[in-house]
Design a protein around this ligand. Structure first.
Ligand code: DC
Length: 224
C-alpha cells in the first residue's frame, strides 16, 4: 500500500507551500488537487461555458483531458497537453474554480483521477475533500487552517510581492466569500474529517507548521 497523506483546509491556509515542503522532506510527490479544478475552470472559461450551468459542465467533464506530470519534483498541470500551471493562478480562474468545483459531475471526474494517482505512488495530496472523500481511508489526515484575518494578510502580502495592489479589505472579502462557497456547497463541502488532526497555523511560522505536520506523519508511518 502506498503512503498517502491527506491535507485539507481553507483558502490561504498555506496548504500548497506547506505541502510542497513536507513532501520534499518525506521524498514523496505532492498532488495539488486545486490545480486540477483550476485547469477545468480555465477550460470552461475558454469554452464560453457558464460556470453555473451544471449540465454544460457535466458534458465538458466527459471529454476534458487534464493530466498531472512532475518535472524535478514540481507539479505541472496539463490541459489537453498544454502546460497551464502558470495561467490558472489568476483571480478570474480562482473564482471560476470555486464555482465549477460545486458541480458533482466535475468532482466525480477529478476524484477518480486523483484516486488513480494515489494508488500508484506515495503521495501527499492537498485539497478540500481529500480526508473526507479522495483518501477517506487514509490513516494520515491533517486539517490545516488559520484565522481568516491572518490568511487574508498572508494572501495580501503574497499578491503585493507579485505587484498586485488589491487592498487588504478586498482580499479578506474575497477569501470569506470563497470559504462560504467551499464550506457550504452541497457536494463534498470543505470540512474537517473526524479523524483528521487539526493544525492551526495562525501563530506559527512556515517552518513550525512543516515540522508539526512531518511529526504527525511520522507518528502514523514512522520516521521516513
Ligand atoms: O486550492 P485552490 O485554491 O487552488 O483550489 C481552487 C478551488 O478548487 C477552490 O475554490 C475549491 C476547489 N477545490 C475543491 O473543491 N476540491 C479540491 N480537492 C481542491 C480544490
Amino acid at each position: 500500500m502506498p503512503m498517502n497523506i491527506a491535507i485539507d483546509g481553507p483558502v490561504g491556509a498555506g496548504k500548497s507551500s506547506i505541502a510542497d515542503q513536507v513532501a520534499e522532506r518525506l521524498h514523496i510527490l505532492h498532488l495539488d488537487t486545486g490545480a486540477m479544478y483550476r485547469a477545468f475552470a480555465l477550460h470552461a472559461l475558454r469554452s464560453g461555458v457558464d460556470t453555473a450551468d451544471w449540465a454544460a459542465l457535466a458534458r465538458l467533464a466527459e471529454t476534458v483531458d487534464i493530466r498531472v506530470q512532475y518535472a524535478d519534483g514540481a507539479q505541472r498541470t496539463l490541459l489537453f497537453g498544454e502546460d497551464v500551471s502558470g495561467v490558472i493562478r489568476t483571480g478570474e480562474v480562482s473564482a471560476a474554480a470555486s464555482a465549477v468545483s460545486a458541480c458533482p459531475a466535475v468532482r466525480a471526474r477529478m476524484v477518480r483521477a486523483q484516486q488513480e494517482m494515489a494508488r500508484k505512488a506515495d503521495m501527499l495530496i492537498d485539497g478540500r475533500d481529500i480526508g473526507t472523500v479522495v483518501l477517506k481511508d487514509s490513516p494520515c489526515k491533517i486539517y490545516l487552517t488559520a484565522e481568516p484575518a491572518e490568511r487574508a494578510r498572508r494572501r495580501y502580502v503574497q499578491q503585493l510581492e507579485k505587484g498586485d495592489t488589491t487592498p487588504y479589505d478586498e482580499v479578506l472579502r474575497a477569501l470569506i466569500a470563497r470559504d462560504e462557497q467551499d464550506m457550504h456547497r452541497q457536494a463534498d463541502p470543505l470540512r474537517r474529517a473526524e479523524d483528521a488532526v487539526l493544525v492551526d497555523s495562525t501563530h506559527m511560522t512556515q517552518e513550525e507548521t512543516v515540522e508539526a505536520i512531518v511529526r504527525i506523519v511520522e507518528d502514523v508511518y514512522g520516521k521516513q
